[in-house]
Design a protein around this ligand. Structure first.
Ligand SMILES: Nc1ncnc2c1ncn2[C@@H]1O[C@H](COP(=O)(O)OP(=O)(O)O)[C@@H](O)[C@H]1O
Ligand SMILES: [Mg+2]
Length: 344
């Protein structure tokens, strides 16, 4: 008991641990290095925001957690993923079935890609419940559960006989959330869940996700470009660039700390403006490196306004202070940040 209390992290029950994960896509012509040594953990009931530009490797990381990478091309090359202490990489097909839906559920950006256009929404929800029917529900009980989850997302159960095209974009995303919630997963991964929705609907859908998270005590990985969402929703934040986490910390660290990774500084611009209207990530000049030809040294060095010789030559270590981690040569011993031996 005493040993457990020595660090804050050790007292929390980690439901997810990702350790030094590398993922590649192999095409006939090239190898795309999409995820390059990602480590993070997530406690029960905690929300992690995963932010970064398009192509950073956020969706690939999420798909890897569920072992949903494209079968022929997507490969986990190295690392481990532990869910409630057991390795997802060693799971049998039967265990994977349970993992997807019962343990982890994912909401994608575009609700149409996850809904079947030729099935009623009621059938799609009941299919998901039947697939993971560990409680041995009867057909009648499954229908009651369908009504219950539709209720949870604010859709009248009288509409369960309708097809996806009969719903608006926001309502369709609610259906997707209902399917995700049907089996009360321990972890919900929401991959830019509101990007395709109207601004007015976005707030409602987000509030619903937050309420369900709180009610069910779920852990949540929120993949987003929107700083407002990060500020309102996330306990911790991981900033991803070219397949690496360049900065990880509490939401407070990410918004308020004196030191950041230059990429985070670029993305977030001037944080105090958050209360004003600058909620979108700021564009940074230049492009993310080609994932088939990653630069030597720091992957951000070609775009970094602070780039020094060492940045082009050597990969940076991670420097940490009270759980706030920055992967940058220039943060060396900055204001109490010391080399993080575990992660680098
Ligand atoms: N199925 C795929 N086949 C080949 N390359 C892919 C595939 N999916 C993603 N990629 C590439 O992997 C990198 C990471 O992509 P992704 O994980 O989708 O990033 P993000 O979600 O952060 O936008 C990008 O360079 C992207 O082009
Ligand atoms: Mg994505």
């Amino acid at each position: 008991m005493i040993a457990k209390e020595t660090t804050k992290e050790a007292t929390k029950e980690q439901m997810l641990e990702v350790k030094d994960l590398f993922v590649e896509y192999q095409t006939d012509l090239e190898t795309i290095k999409a995820v390059n040594g990602v480590s993070f953990s997530l406690a029960k009931g905690e929300t992690l925001g995963l932010v970064g530009e398009t192509g950073a490797g956020k969706t690939t990381t999420a798909l890897a957690l569920m072992r949903l990478l494209p079968e022929r091309t997507g490969k986990i090359k190295q690392g481990d993923i532990l869910i409630n202490g057991s390795s997802v990489l060693k799971s049998s097909d039967k265990e994977l079935m349970r993992l997807r839906g019962e343990t982890i559920a994912m909401i994608f950006q575009d609700p149409m890609t996850s809904l079947n256009p030729v099935l009623t929404i009621g059938d799609q929800i009941s299919e998901s419940i039947s697939l993971h029917n560990s409680q041995g529900r009867t057909a009648e009980q499954i229908q009651l559960r369908v009504d219950e989850v539709l209720n949870m997302v604010g859709i009248p159960s009288a509409r369960k006989g309708e097809y996806p095209h009969q719903f608006s974009g926001g309502m369709r995303q609610r259906v997707v959330i209902a399917i995700a919630m049907a089996c009360e997963p321990d972890l919900l991964i929401a991959d830019e869940p509101t990007t395709a929705l109207d601004v007015t609907i976005q707030a409602q859908v987000l509030m619903m996700i937050r309420n369900l998270r709180d009610r069910l005590g779920m852990s949540l990985i929120m993949i987003t470009h929107d700083l407002g969402i990060v500020a309102q929703t996330c306990d911790n934040v991981a900033v991803m660039y070219a397949g690496e986490l360049v900065e990880v910390g509490s939401a407070r660290d990410i918004f308020k700390a004196a030191h950041h990774h230059p990429y985070t500084d670029g993305l977030f611009g001037s944080i105090p403006k958050l209360r004003e209207r600058v909620k979108r990530l700021k564009p940074i000049s230049g492009l993310m490196p080609d994932p088939t030809r990653l630069p030597t040294g720091c992957y951000f060095s070609p775009r970094c306004p602070l780039c020094a010789d060492i940045c082009r030559e050597r990969k940076p270590d991670v420097f940490a202070k009270d759980g706030h981690k920055i992967k940058c040569h220039l943060r060396i011993n900055a204001d109490g940040y010391i080399k993080d031996e575990v992660r680098s």
